[in-house]
Design a protein around this ligand. Sequence first.
Ligand SMILES: [Zn+2]
Ligand SMILES: [Zn+2]
Length: 422
Amino acid sequence: MQIKAPRGTYDILPEEAVKWQWMEQIMKETAARFGYQEIRTPVFEHTELFQRGVGESTDIVTKEMYTFHDKSQRSLTLRPEGTASCTRALIEHSLYNGTLPIKWFYAGPMFRYDRPQTGRYRQFHQFGVEAFGSRSPFLDAEVLFLLVEILQGMGLSEYELHLNSVGCPLCREQYRQKLIDHMAPVKDKLCKDCQVRYLQNPLRVLDCKEATCHQAIINYPTLIDNLCDDCRTHYGMVQQTLKDNGIEFVHDNNLVRGLDYYTNTAFEVHIPGIGAQSAVGGGGRYDGLVESIGGPSLPGIGFALGMERLLLAVDKLGCVSRAQQTVDVFLAVMQENLENQAASLLYKLRQQGLSADKDYNQRSGRAQMKLADKLGAKYVILLGEDEIKGNFVTVRDMKSKEQWKIDNEGLIPFLHECLDNR
Ligand SMILES: [Zn+2]
Ligand SMILES: [Zn+2]
């Protein structure tokens, strides 16, 4: 039987991989410009980390985790997201004792046992940032500037930024009671899940995917109208800073996060025009997370972007032309008995910093030129009997079709000069 990639996974073939490199380059370069450094954490962690760090009651933890026991019967889980691992690393290395804030970015595969569909996989990729150790609303704004800068770097300027504040434990507690009071009389109209959770966690009803739940609780009291003074001031400053810098956003009352450690700013970014699943990422402040994973009380904020979704958006909206991978030089060998010299010359070109390639299947001269074209070679070096005897090579410019005879010693400087002048 033919072995195929497991359901929900896929190969990134070289032609696609070029796009990934392009995207990652933009993300890493932008994050670096904003003062964020890369962190790489393991792809699996103790299951307990995600139970505490993502939340015991979330869909991710209850339904979607890849959990397994290793040979020593430890319960391990393939990471379903990046924030819990970053927080664990921060605590494990006591980095909260150092200079704050700590500003990190990460990129890599995540794993969720979910029903695969367009743009959604069981092994998928996220780019994310986390900033620990400051409550400043200007840090919230910085994180949003960074997010927007990445989208614009990828040519995705038609984004929609949704923004809300989820308050703090203080104002949320009062709000919670107001919501429960609002929902209790209509609880029979809620879906099964919501009938159970509205008492413990009424915010999650606002998050429910069932339209009937939203109809049932219409005109519910909004969190924004029930924020405490500190939270209202914080949200106002974030909004003002975005406005001052020309970043458009919409306030979205339905954008809530049902977990206690989320505080203040919450956001989501959509790209209309890529289909029903228009959300490409989101994030927010999580001032209670570090503590809930066993660390000190330390505020934090971050976001994650779905990399598959972003590439889908770039493909669909066609707003940018990406550079294709090409080679500087193709070495065309005109006679089989010259393969020895050709191998040495090719190695030398590569050592000197040129990208270079050749044929390995005894193609004819014409077929080699075709191959050079296919590889996007800028120059072709022709190596034949005359060349070997005369201690020179023939260099052809693939665009202008101009041709030169260059002696062996002058070849590398000549090629470097040609490439610099293009
Ligand atoms: Zn508050
Ligand atoms: Zn519901």
